[in-house]
Design a protein. Structure first.
Length: 70
């Protein structure tokens, strides 16, 4: 397990973008009638959160400032 426990810019960005996507998608589902545009925008944001995390990880933003002992 990583020493930073997810407390990195990459992790926070991925989680926040995904959380926004979940909120947008949920709003689309709760509307009557179902709003497919908001639902799919929410799904796209959730996927974008995962992509943002992977890209930021590859850029080195998923490491803590402390030495990991490796």
């Amino acid at each position: 397990m990583a020493d930073n426990h997810g407390n990195t810019p990459a992790a926070w960005t991925g989680v926040l973008v995904s959380l926004l996507g979940f909120a947008v998608g949920s709003a689309g589902v709760m509307l009557s009638p179902l709003n497919y545009v908001l639902l799919w925008v929410g799904i796209a944001l959730i996927i974008a959160g995962g992509v943002a995390f992977v890209v930021m990880d590859k850029l080195g933003l998923h490491t803590s400032g402390h030495s990991s002992g490796h």
